[in-house]
Design a protein around this ligand. Structure first.
Ligand code: SAH
Ligand code: SF4
Length: 375
């Protein structure tokens, strides 16, 4: 009974400042209370109303009765501090999501050097079923709410603060995460509304304060939503998961290509580039014997040139239970050379997360399978 009531309450971290202000007005609270609460939520990363010690106790109790306040529980963390680290979180309904903290990595996404980049999930599972991907292996469960997307940043920052100063709360309530890549579990553009809401909160000066140019959204190629994103005012960066330069190759590994074949995807990307005036990235995982033939390099380079896009080559990360492999380093280099010879802008990522199941969805899949097996 109580749980039902609690879930029906608005989630405080899914609300914009205007929405929160409207609710506080209804509760006849002065507007400075909104400022105080926002400071606690996004600067001080409070874990509940009780922590907001400059609010009267009766007010904190009253707010707890009007808003849902959720903080996910850490289930697992893989990797070493300073390197790529992967985190598995449990949501209120028991579902598991992942996010990945990436070490400083000069200029892969965004301008200049990416300092502290977090790879964020937008759905539990994924409906798009790309053949090589762990996130899609067991289908789609649900969309994340805006608050659950926002919480990933806050939860990681709390964890970082606890590592830096285990016994005390963070002295400086500044942002630790300054770059976001929306490349975790799920297809971000299939959860468009919640994603836009979360990013507006993370971008707002009263919220996360993370610049739109420091936020990269990755999509498997949902052409209509790419156009929708192009019409949004915010200047997010766009990365398109291409993984094949012809419909024949793409159809084999990405079912979404049957719905939005390359011609349609390219037209949507052209519109994005035209309206935003920004360079997009084409992500291309190299999978041995599937898409690494040099016959793909020429059409890939041509497509990138037409779109004025840069190509990020990523060696495939093995997924348990799937037979796909990354090509030998020499084959990766040969593919890169061929792109460069065809006058494309391209880089090859020397993957850092290979040893910790960095590809999205793997840690969750392993944990859920182990739980089912009673391990
Ligand atoms: N659904 C979105 C974003 C999440 S996937 C998308 O597909 O773009 C983020 C990126 O990880 C995508 O480029 C995806 O193709 C890639 N990826 C998935 N599985 C991978 C694996 N095993 N190794 C390397 N990259 C992988
Ligand atoms: Fe979904 Fe992206 Fe994985 Fe494809 S690559 S199954 S779209 S998460």
């Amino acid at each position: 009974m109580e749980a039902t009531e609690a879930t029906a309450l608005p989630d405080v971290k899914s609300l914009s400042m205007d929405e929160l202000t409207a609710r506080f007005n209804e509760l006849e609270l002065p507007s400075y209370r909104v400022t105080q609460v926002l400071e606690w939520l996004y600067r001080r990363r409070a874990t509940g109303w009780a922590a907001m010690t400059n609010l009267p106790k009766t007010l904190r109790e009253s707010l707890a009765g009007h808003f849902n306040f959720f903080v996910p529980a850490l289930v697992a963390c893989q990797g070493e501090w300073g390197g790529t680290q992967k985190f598995l979180w449990r949501l209120a309904d028991g579902n598991l999501i992942e996010c990945v903290l990436l070490p400083a990595n000069p200029g892969i996404y965004g301008e200049g050097s990416d300092r502290h980049t977090l790879c964020v999930s937008t759905q539990v599972g994924c409906a798009y079923g790309c053949k090589f991907c762990a996130s899609g292996l067991e289908g789609w469960k649900r969309n994340l709410t805006a608050g659950e997307i926002v919480e990933q940043i806050l939860s990681i920052e709390r964890w970082v603060a606890s590592q830096l100063a285990p016994a005390s709360p963070p002295a400086k309530p500044d942002r630790y995460i300054d770059n976001l890549v929306i490349m975790g579990m799920g297809e971000p553009l299939a959860n468009f509304g919640a994603l836009m809401k979360a990013l507006s909160i993370l971008n707002a000066p009263w919220g996360g304060g993370i610049g739109a140019r420091k936020i990269t959204i990755s999509t498997s190629g949902l052409a209509p939503q790419i156009r929708q994103l192009a019409a949004e005012p915010a200047q997010f960066r766009l990365a398109v998961s291409l993984h094949g330069a012809t419909d024949e190759v793409r159809d084999r590994i990405m079912p979404v290509n049957r719905k939005y074949p390359l011609r349609e995807l390219e037209a949507a990307c052209q519109e994005y580039v035209r309206l935003k005036g920004k360079m997009i990235s084409l992500e291309y995982i190299l999978i041995a014997g599937v898409n690494d033939s040099l016959s793909q390099a020429k059409p890939l380079a041509e497509l990138a040139r037409r779109l004025h896009a840069k190509i990020n080559l990523i060696p495939y990360n093995r997924v348990d239970g799937l037979a796909w492999e990354r090509p030998a380093e020499s084959a990766q280099e040969a593919f890169l050379d061929s792109l460069l010879q065809n006058q494309a802008l391209a880089t090859l990522r020397r993957e850092k997360g290979h040893d910790i199941d960095a590809a999205c969805g793997q840690l969750r899949l392993k944990t859920e399978r182990a739980a089912r097996a009673g391990v």
